[in-house]
Design a binder for this molecule. Structure first.
Ligand code: FAD
Length: 438
């Protein structure tokens, strides 16, 4: 296949976000779209390296995480439709959030209220005392638990690859194994420098959508956007739980986070879409977005990249330093990791953890006021950059990317492209009803 020299829209990143953006654009516009990714296949990174839970928004603060909450709520039925039509796993296992200590009890009530505020039906949640939880989950010990009945375990990588095949069948092209190295605006269009296997190349585009996950902020910096922000990377590590114990736990079991001011949940007991059980993830600080093993010394220069002040400020926060140290301890010691989950699943033993599972890395944005709670859409002259697209990003991606396309349309960024008179949407994935909710 010949390489395109110039295209209408270039999407950077073939993760769940970039692929859903490509889906909406290819439905709505009759224009040339290319997706470029440093990996050779779609969903090679975070979109296949996560917990695999379609989260219901009960645990998301409606003030600080309003967009994540709404997009998660709205995307749930879209994923359900896709799973059904494509025959992909859809395991409605439900999630318990359990209070182990008295101090955690108010969080459960707060979560229930947040769930309703974020649009969940009251009947989707049930607050149980410790005995009630135990009657459903005999291996769990706690003072009380909030059950979110509609949480589902899925395989986001499989979802993304399925959608990817669909957009490719509609004419979207893929440049795999090519890294975006530079971006610049030239006379109202974009010139994008690529690192390819053969060396360096260039591609021009009329509009660029940057959905490069852990690489997105660096690309945005290239056009002078988001310069007050930097990112920190945290590797989430999982262990597979051996049978027969694994199968005795039927739902996802979470505990309220110890440090709710930081964007991490403590390790949970999860039921995977393939039926296996795992514990994790922790949140181990690593110096780059693709450091899946070791400490990534070679990437240390990236960690020290500017602006350095937000990182320096965080490192002076004693809670944050305590969190960093605890997470590293649970990376280095299986018994520490096991001990964190044993607090609510006491029958779990480190002898049952004999295999590590797939790890994923989240890139969290930090700015002048610390961790940024929501994803951000930064707009340039001929480009849009989505940064900080973290959990529950995979859950919310279909609605989030529709929201991005809506905003770009309304602000005239896509005016030069010919609209399709009769857009062809997948069943349940129609644009108008979705965006009418924003
Ligand atoms: C441990 C963990 C657990 C999680 N659990 C859940 C969960 O249970 N439920 C949930 O909803 N969410 C979860 N998430 C969050 C969710 O996985 C992410 O929000 C989502 O996958 C992000 O998708 P993305 O497309 O932005 O990123 P990615 O999937 O990482 O895609 C970005 C793509 O951009 C490419 N790229 C990067 N830089 C460049 C460049 N310079 N040039 C070309 N290509 C580039 C990368 O190769 C990559 O393929 C979890 C995340 C982690 C880390």
């Amino acid at each position: 296949m010949s390489r395109p020299a110039d295209v209408d829209v270039l999407v950077v990143g073939a993760g769940v976000l970039g692929v859903t953006v490509a889906y909406w654009l290819s439905c709505l516009y009759d224009c040339s779209i290319v997706v470029v990714d440093l990996a050779r296949t779609a969903a090679a990174h975070t979109s296949s390296r996560n917990t695999g839970v379609i989260h219901r928004p009960f645990y998301l603060d409606p003030r600080k995480k309003k967009v994540f909450a709404l997009t998660s709520l709205l995307s749930h039925p879209l994923w359900g439709e896709l799973a059904e039509s494509a025959g992909l796993p859809w395991k409605p296992v439900g999630t318990f959030n359990v209070a182990v200590e008295e101090a955690e009890m108010p969080t459960l009530e707060k979560y229930r209220a947040w769930g309703v505020k974020n649009g969940m039906d009251e009947a989707e949640m049930e607050l149980l005392d410790g005995g009630g939880v135990r009657s459903r989950e005999p291996e769990v010990r706690c003072m009380a638990g909030l059950l979110s009945k509609t949480d589902v375990s899925v395989d986001f990588g499989a979802f993304t690859r399925h959608l990817w095949r669909l957009v490719v069948s509609r004419g979207v092209r893929f440049l795999g194994g090519e890294r975006v190295r530079s971006v610049r605006t030239r006379g109202g269009t974009m010139e994008v420098g690529l690192r390819t296997e053969a060396g360096y190349d260039k591609i021009g585009c009329r509009f660029l959508v940057n959905a490069a996950g852990g690489g997105a902020l660096e690309i945005a910096h290239g056009v002078g956007l988001g310069l007050d922000y930097t990112s920190l990377n945290f590797r989430g590590e999982y262990w597979v739980v051996d049978e027969p114990f694994a199968g005795r736990v039927k739902s996802n079991i979470y505990r309220p986070p110890k440090f709710p001011q930081f964007p991490f949940l403590d390790p949970h007991f999860v039921v995977r879409a393939d039926g296996s059980r795992q514990i994790g993830p922790n949140a181990v600080a690593v110096p780059g977005p693709y450091v899946y093993s070791g400490i990534g010394l070679a990437k240390l220069a990236g960690f020290l990249s500017r602006p350095i002040q937000p990182k320096a400020r965080l490192l002076m926060n004693s809670d944050f330093v305590s969190l960093l140290a605890g997470e590293w301890r649970s990376s280095l010691s299986k018994s520490t990791m096991c001990g964190r989950v044993r607090k609510f699943v006491p029958g779990l033993d480190e002898g049952m953890l004999n295999r590590r599972a797939v790890f994923g890395v989240r890139s969290s944005l930090i700015g002048p006021s610390g961790f940024v709670p929501e994803a951000m859409l930064l707009k340039g002259e001929a480009s849009a950059h989505i940064v900080n697209f973290n959990s529950p990003g995979a859950t919310g991606a279909p609605a989030f990317s529709a929201m991005v396309v809506k905003e770009l349309r309304e602000e005239g960024f896509l005016d030069g492209f010919r609209e399709r008179p009769a857009p062809h949407f997948m069943r349940g994935w129609e644009f108008q009803p979705l965006i009418s909710r924003f």
